[in-house]
Every structure is written in structure tokens, then in C-alpha cells.
Design a protein around this ligand. Structure first.
Ligand code: RFL
Length: 387
């Protein structure tokens, strides 16, 4: 039997859950279908850094209680190159706006709980979602049910079924594979720093990110197609010691909890819509994670789509839905450019080309000595209020 819902949401990541909660708040009927188990969603380690506008939004909606209690506000970041550290006080430079470190899986857990506690309909473990008639009257089919929808929100990440269901030739694809990847590691080690460190070393990029008082995240530049089997724990720690090393500073080690190789890619499809299907978050775009923007963009997209749906449900005005893609893409391209700029600033390029290396160091010196350059970095990093 086919049920009806206004908005069928595929995927319970940050994009799907923000959208679902906004619709539920406004009394708009929606159903969320998620391929993975609840446990998987609530433990999947990914992002950690939330822009100021994302935090302000979550708090304003009343969804930020645990984020504020357990997350940590950050006001600056450290750039380490040439054997020295330089601090960029981004919060101060961006008008007193801090960022927050709060693991993505914790935010996902919060949003799942908030949605289910208020009676939202969310099905986990649905491996076989299929989308039909997206150009006309869309239907979602699956082993747990079939729904006729007015709108389908494709919030199912980069490898989901939504974008793949759009007929060939309907979307323009902008795609860049980068010449570097990351070894990403999570370890049961207290942070060796108060603030995130981004380091550029002759061997390549290294990053030390914060998560909790007992767990830390680390990144090391590696070839894009590297195999994690090439990176035994000792090699990762040694690489971090070398690339992050600074006189008088000590890296605390601990048991490795998780590690893998992350590909760096910049990708956008235009438009973010086909018929009644709207692509939201990673389903429509990905950025190199160095700028810490993907989850933040997913939240922005979801907010715009919710606004557009509410306008249409309220008075039948499709203007917001028609403008959805263009509205989101303005911010997405700004963030693409910033993420690419950061990636090129902080990674060893062209096999260590000395010309590029000197140019990078000049750029880093400028960023750390010019208030204008640092302010431009800060406002993008903390998150532009409007784009
Ligand atoms: P998600 O999080 O991938 O969620 C998609 C959900 O859809 C489900 N799904 C399906 N469900 C039903 N049917 C199907 N066929 C389905 N296929 C998939 C999935 O199981 C999943 O639950 O996409 P969303 O919501 O768009 O959110 C995007 C963010 O997850 C992503 O952009 C960030 O993790 C990127 N990112 C960062 N973003 C930040 O804003 N700040 C950061 O600090 C940050 N650090 C990172 C990152 C991404 C990283 N990796 C792993 C690439 C650090 C790293 C290393």
C-alpha cells in the first residue's frame, strides 16, 4: 500500500535530520529513511568543527543544549610552518564569533533523539530505497513501505541513491580530484594542544584536531590512492612527530581507535534539483575537509530547503523551491573556493615543487603578519553570516 507524505527524506545525516526537525517543528508531514542502523549513525566519526552560524542556528532552535554543555568553544587556530607556530585569533578578527568543536556523531545523536522524542517518523536499516517518477509525482519505494511525496529531499550523502536517480545529462558536474589525500586517525590520547594545529612541513601537511579531553583526531597528507595498510600506527605517530614537531612541544600518543585514508575531492552538481527531487548537503557537493565546511554547508542547505517548503505549504508559492539551488550555490561556491585555497595553502604540491613551496611560505607569512589577510581568513573560517 502506498502512503502519502509531504516530504520524503532519504538519509539521516546532518542534512536530513536538520530538515526533518525543521519540518516537524512547523507541522509539515515528513518521513526519513536511513540505510544504516541507528547505532552506526550515532557512532560514525567524521566532522568536528562547527561554524559560528551553525551553532547560533542550533541553539536558537533549542537543539544546542548538549553542544553548549559538552562542546568546546574555540577562538583561535595555530598555523605551524618553518619550525614556528603562529596563532590566528579568528573569533576576535571575525567580530567576536567563536567556533565550536563538537563531534558530528554527537550532533547526529542529538538530532535523532529530538526528532524521535517528538514523534517524528524515521526508519533505520532500510537498505533498498528507490526513487521513481521524480519529474512528475515522486514515489519512494523500500522494504519498509512505499510513499507518494510532493517533494523528495536527497540527503543521502555523496554515495547515496538520490543523485544517482537523476537521469543522465540533467545535472552539470564540476569535479576535481586532488593530488593529495589524508591518513585520518582517531586515538585515545588527550589533546597536545589547546587549539587546532594546521602544519605545513617539507614532508607534507599534518593536522591536530581536538575532539574530547581523552580523544583526539590527527591528519597526515599522503598520496590520494594510498592504502592504510602502508600506515602502521608507528609510522603515523612518527609522521606526526616530524611534521608537527616544534622545540619545547610534545605530542602525546595513545591507542589508535580508528584510521583510514580520506580522498580529497571538490565536487558540485548544478542545479541541485531535478523535478521534485532536491539534493541537500554532500549529495550535491563535497569540499576538501581541511576548511571544515561540509557539515556546515549541509546544515545551510537544509535550512534553505525547509524555508522553501514552508513557503510553498503555507501559500502555494513555489518561488522558494525554484530559487533553492541558486540560493545554496552562492554559498557553496564561496566555500569551495575557500576550501581549495586552504588545501593549496597547507599541502605539499607537485611532489614538493620548490617554487610552489616558496610561494606557499610567502602566503603563510602574509596571513600571519597582515591583519587584513588574517581577517579575511577569519570571516570565511568562522562562517560568513550571509552569502
Ligand atoms: P552524510 O553525513 O553522509 O549523511 C548521509 C546519510 O544518508 C545515508 N544514506 C542512505 N540512506 C538511505 N538510502 C540510501 N541509499 C543511503 N545512502 C546513504 C547515510 O548512511 C548517512 O546517514 O551527509 P550530509 O547529511 O550531507 O552531511 C555531510 C557531512 O557528513 C560532511 O560534509 C562532513 O562530515 C564533512 N566534514 C566536515 N564538515 C564540517 O563541517 N566540519 C568538519 O570539521 C569536517 N570534518 C569532514 C571532516 C569529512 C571528513 N571525511 C570523512 C571526508 C573530516 C573528515 C575526515
Amino acid at each position: 500500500m502506498t502512503s502519502r507524505t509531504k516530504v520524503g527524506i532519504v538519509g539521516a545525516g546532518p542534512a536530513g535530520l536538520v530538515l526533518a526537525n525543521l519540518l516537524l517543528d512547523a507541522g509539515v508531514d515528513c518521513v526519513v529513511l536511513e540505510r544504516q542502523s541507528r547505532r552506526h549513525c550515532e557512532t560514525r566519526v567524521r566532522a568536528g568543527l562547527l561554524e559560528h552560524p551553525s551553532v547560533a542556528f542550533l541553539v536558537e532552535r533549542g537543539w544546542g543544549e548538549r553542544l553548549l554543555a559538552e562542546g568546546k568553544a574555540h577562538e583561535g587556530t595555530v598555523l605551524r610552518f618553518g619550525g614556528r607556530s603562529h596563532r590566528i585569533p579568528y573569533a576576535e578578527l571575525a567580530g567576536g564569533r567563536p567556533m565550536h568543536v563538537y563531534p558530528q556523531q554527537e550532533l547526529v545523536s542529538d538530532l535523532i533523539g529530538i526528532f524521535l522524542d517528538r514523534g517524528g517518523e524515521l526508519h533505520f536499516d532500510v537498505p533498498d530505497v528507490a526513487l521513481a517518477d521524480l519529474g512528475g509525482e515522486p514515489r519512494i519505494t523500500s522494504s519498509v513501505g512505499e510513499w507518494g511525496c510532493d517533494v523528495v529531499a536527497g540527503c543521502d550523502g555523496f554515495l547515496g541513491v538520490s543523485r544517482a536517480s537523476v537521469p543522465a545529462g540533467q545535472l552539470q558536474v564540476f569535479d576535481r580530484h586532488h593530488e593529495f589525500g589524508w591518513v585520518a586517525m582517531l586515538a585515545a590520547a588527550p589533546p597536545s594542544t589547546e587549539e587546532i594545529i594546521y602544519a605545513l612541513h617539507a614532508e607534507g601537511f599534518a593536522g591536530h584536531m581536538l575532539r574530547t579531553p581523552t580523544i583526539s583526531r590527527y591528519y597526515l597528507q599522503c598520496p590520494p590512492d594510498d592504502d592504510i595498510a602502508n600506515w602502521p600506527d608507528e609510522r603515523i605517530w612518527a609522521g606526526l612527530q616530524t611534521r608537527l614537531g616544534e622545540q619545547g612541544w610534545e605530542l602525546q600518543e595513545g591507542p589508535v581507535l580508528e584510521k583510514g585514508v580520506v580522498e580529497m575531492r571538490s565536487y558540485v552538481v548544478e542545479p541541485m534539483r531535478y523535478g521534485r527531487l532536491f539534493l541537500v548537503g554532500d549529495a550535491a557537493h563535497i569540499v576538501p575537509p581541511v576548511g571544515a565546511k561540509g557539515m556546515n554547508l549541509a546544515i545551510w542547505d537544509a535550512r534553505h530547503l525547509a524555508e522553501a517548503v514552508l513557503r510553498w505549504v503555507g501559500d502555494g508559492d513555489e518561488g522558494g523551491l525554484d530559487a533553492y539551488s541558486e540560493t545554496c550555490l552562492r554559498r557553496i561556491w564561496r566555500v569551495q573556493e575557500f576550501s581549495l585555497w586552504m588545501a593549496h595553502l597547507l599541502h605539499r604540491l607537485d611532489g614538493g615543487d620548490p617554487f610552489l613551496e616558496r610561494s606557499q611560505l610567502a602566503r603563510l607569512e602574509y596571513l600571519c603578519s597582515s591583519p587584513a589577510a588574517a581577517t579575511s581568513f577569519a570571516e570565511n573560517y568562522v562562517g560568513l553570516e550571509q552569502v
